[in-house]
Design a protein around this ligand. Structure first.
Ligand code: C5P
Length: 302
């Protein structure tokens, strides 16, 4: 069985406040995109094992969220059968693209199908949140508002049609460190997030581009000043808007059309040390691959 685990962008992210449990309340707009990892699940008699392909920096032990998700799922449902999971990594780690979280959601959905467990959706979402703040989003994906730690989800319409470019730096950012560096006087961009949603509802390209915002960016740039140069370079290419996803390090740039991006990629795919790649929003999250998908999205995983 194969499961697709797409990456996400945070089109907007406002920090609303710090919580007593140490996390931060957020208001964010998530968007799933066509950059995806693929998981293959095979039944075996006993034990949970993981094999990682495509990124030799990713651990294969219990520090990997895939293994933690599988162990938690098996124990919650009393499953004694084992599973061998192979993940082909395409989503870079430490980029704010949610790769590990999407892999965890894909594991839960894949095991549900493989083991034929009738999972209670509420219990599944709770387990997802225990694994990480972004994991619940990937159970449904598409375009969604996230509140709380990001687990209170409201579906939104598709964003307007534009050209989307990802810039993926060599270096990684550490989510915990970025949140820890937030200054106490939080200036939440809540109003801007409301306007961003409004623009999505109206399909208003200009307003959409104007309200891309991430409250984590100033702190991330203090830690990684190279990101300021990547932002400037993307703006010089003529981007209508540039955004940071999650706690970085990846940035995205919006252009009027996909044609604009094709031209840029022809001109060279490295910018200030960041790898450039076109991407497309998708209306789904982690999901078991059907034969139909293979026909409809032949290059989704590319
Ligand atoms: O939930 P996750 O494991 O992805 O979070 C990683 C770290 O990021 C947390 O330990 C916390 O320091 C920070 N975080 C936060 N508020 C959030 C999400 C993450 O402070 N809503």
């Amino acid at each position: 069985m194969r499961v697709l685990a797409p990456a996400k962008l945070n089109l907007g992210l406002a920090v609303v406040g710090k919580r007593p449990d140490g996390y931060h309340d957020l208001l964010t707009v998530f968007q799933a995109i066509d950059l995806a990892d693929t998981l293959t699940l095979r039944s075996r008699a006993h034990g949970i094992a993981l094999h990682v392909e495509g990124d030799d920096t990713i651990p294969e032990g219990p520090e990997n969220l895939i293994v933690r998700a599988a162990m938690a799922y098996a124990s919650e449902h009393g499953v004694e059968q084992g599973v061998l999971i192979t993940v082909t990594k395409r989503i870079p780690a430490g980029a704010g693209l949610g790769g590990g979280s999407s892999d965890a959601a894909a594991t839960l959905l894949g095991l549900e199908a493989l083991w034929g467990v009738d999972a209670d959706p509420v219990a599944e979402r709770r387990l997802a949140l225990e694994l990480g703040s972004d994991v619940p989003f990937f159970l449904t994906g598409g375009t969604a508002r996230g509140e709380g730690r990001g687990e209170i989800l409201t579906p939104l319409p598709d964003p307007p049609e534009m050209g989307w470019l990802l810039a993926i730096p060599e270096f990684r950012c550490h989510t915990r460190e970025v949140f820890a560096s937030l200054s106490p006087g939080l200036t939440g961009s809540i109003q801007k997030l409301r306007m961003l949603e409004e623009a999505i509802h109206h399909g208003d390209v200009e307003a959409f581009a104007r309200h891309i915002v991430n409250d984590l960016e100033p702190g991330v740039v203090r830690i990684e000043p190279r990101l300021a140069r990547i932002r400037e370079a993307l703006q010089r290419l003529g981007a209508m808007a540039v955004g940071l996803t999650g706690s970085g390090s990846a940035m995205f740039a919006l252009f009027r059309s996909q044609g604009d991006i094709a031209q840029l990629l022809d001109a060279g795919s490295i910018l200030e040390g960041a790898r450039l790649r076109a991407c497309v929003p998708v209306g789904f999250g982690a999901r078991v691959v059907t034969e139909d998908d293979d026909h409809r999205h032949p290059d989704l995983a590319g």
